[in-house]
Design a protein around this ligand. Structure first.
Ligand SMILES: [Zn+2]
Ligand SMILES: [Zn+2]
Length: 324
């Protein structure tokens, strides 16, 4: 038979009534906040939680943050210590009494300094910025940065994630000069140049991957027939993606973008491709696919702030139309 000791503990929500939670997936350990009432009323009854970042699912018992586990341990220790003291007090007190009249043994027992158990409510981190309400189930949660899945129903809002990514990318592009200035306080100009260059290159990648995901999910949502053969990667190639929209919805990208914009979009998508797959070194295929005549084979492509800005602008225009 196993005996359990029940230790009373209280979780305290923060000012906005959020409770801290942490993903139990060791690869992730993402910390987020969830509305206390939604946790009690929705999550506990269904006993399943989705990680907003990686989508891992586990029972509701497994989502303590490191800070909460630490406080739980401390609370349990002080509770146990206190219990032992009480037991000692009782039994030694009794024992001392029982031998009071024994002339051979003399025992005096003075209770030591007691650790009193206080049920410390387990505190929360301060409130965060981004409050989200799931469009599907209404669960309220809060994250730093961005999140992909609703902790309650696991719903992945493609549109919200896309908007978040685009907003973040836009901010980074806008603050390029500021970032450069700040970095110059710490690093040499050569190092700063390198860092800013790779930042711009990865921004190009971020725009393309945000677009790919959006374009695929948006298309799938709009058509009813079974289209399991459409892959996210199809939208890495401008022509291929446009053809899919033409085929299923009768409206390719050319309905919304000028020939010039389409060409710019294609060149920048190809730039991203060569950066990712050939370290930016121009090969014959790049020249063929991008129709970019400003490079010779063997050169390395250059990404400028204007390139990222331009691509972002085209993508915003296109996606606004595609979602209609
Ligand atoms: Zn996770
Ligand atoms: Zn939800």
């Amino acid at each position: 038979m196993t005996n359990y000791i029940k230790i009373p503990m209280t979780f305290k929500s923060d000012e906005k009534n959020y409770l801290d939670r942490q993903c139990p997936n060791e690869q992730c350990e993402y910390v987020f906040k969830i509305n206390m009432d939604d946790w009690k009323d929705k999550i506990i009854p269904q006993n399943e939680v989705h990680c907003p970042m990686c989508g891992h699912t586990a029972d509701s018992e497994k989502w303590y943050t490191y800070e909460q586990l630490e406080s739980i341990k401390e609370n349990a220790q002080s509770y146990a210590t206190n219990m032992v003291y009480e037991m000692l007090d009782k039994s030694l007190g009794k024992f001392a009494k029982s031998i009071k009249n024994n002339k051979y043994i003399k025992i005096t027992y003075k209770p030591g300094k007691r650790v009193t158990y206080k049920n410390n409510p387990i505190g929360q981190r301060e409130e965060w910025n981004l409050d989200i309400t799931c469009e599907k189930c209404g669960t309220r949660y809060s994250v730093i940065g961005s999140a992909y899945f609703c902790p309650c129903c696991g719903h992945n809002s493609v549109e919200r994630v896309f908007e978040d990514s685009i907003g973040r990318i836009e901010k980074i592009i806008e603050s390029q000069d500021y970032i450069k200035e700040k970095l110059c306080e710490q690093f040499t100009i050569d190092e700063v140049d390198n860092m800013c260059r790779s930042m711009l290159e990865s921004l190009l990648g971020d725009i393309v991957s945000a677009f790919q995901k959006f374009a695929k999910e948006n298309l799938v949502k709009k058509i009813t027939q079974n289209i399991s053969n459409i892959r996210v990667n199809d939208f890495q190639i401008v022509e291929k993606g446009s053809n899919l929209y033409e085929k299923y919805l009768n409206r390719g990208y050319d309905k919304y973008l000028s020939q010039e914009e389409l060409e710019q979009m294609n060149t920048l998508f190809q730039k991203r491709h060569i950066l990712e797959h050939n370290q930016g070194i121009v090969d014959e295929k790049y020249i063929q696919n991008s129709k970019d005549m400003s490079y010779k084979i063997g050169q390395r492509v250059v990404v400028k702030k204007e390139d990222a800005k331009q691509l972002l602008c085209i993508i915003k225009k296109l996606t606004t139309e595609l979602r209609k």
